[in-house]
Design a protein around this ligand. Sequence first.
Ligand SMILES: CC(C)(COP(=O)(O)OP(=O)(O)OC[C@H]1O[C@@H](n2cnc3c(N)ncnc32)[C@H](O)[C@@H]1OP(=O)(O)O)[C@@H](O)C(=O)NCCC(=O)NCCS
Length: 157
Amino acid sequence: MGELIYRPSTERDHPDVVAALHSWWDYPEAEARSSQRAALVPRLFFQHFTDTSLIVRDGNRLVAFLIGFLSQSRSDEAYIHFVGVEPRSRGCGLGADLYERFFAVVREHGRRKVLAITSASNTGSQAFHRRMGFTVSDPMTNYDGRGGAHVVFSREI
Ligand SMILES: CC(C)(COP(=O)(O)OP(=O)(O)OC[C@H]1O[C@@H](n2cnc3c(N)ncnc32)[C@H](O)[C@@H]1OP(=O)(O)O)[C@@H](O)C(=O)NCCC(=O)NCCS
């Protein structure tokens, strides 16, 4: 791997992140849900949430990303909407690094709590979040009104 560049997201990153949402997720139902995942990350995230979203590139190659935002309604909270590390770069601390960088950014805005969700069947994501100090809720069925079950992650920062 070459030198990694970390920076806030821009609109130009959107197509690569959509492609990653289709191909990087690997839990049992991930492939069937790839269009749903991509639909959850419209271009507006790359227009209106750029200061709290991070892109990692090696040259032109997208290596990792985190899409997060400050809660508009809960003044002490921030939310991580999606995080992904390309399969070949996992297990090297990149995901943890992105989270620590996000925590630092949102602390500057007075945020003290970070939330996220994942599919109940995404056990890798749950292991990662536990390791990052998040509590994991019991599975909640039909959490987003589209069937399936999700778990909610929560951590004080
Ligand atoms: C989840 C994900 C972002 C983790 O990224 P990563 O760069 O591999 O994570 P790190 O190397 O920083 O790991 C941090 C810690 O979590 C642990 N961890 C990460 N993934 C794990 C897994 N699948 N199973 C068990 N532990 C895991 C690591 O072992 C490490 O613990 P350690 O400090 O004791 O060594 C990455 O696997 C990924 O992109 N998965 C597909 C997309 C996804 O599911 N995103 C989350 C839902 S939006």
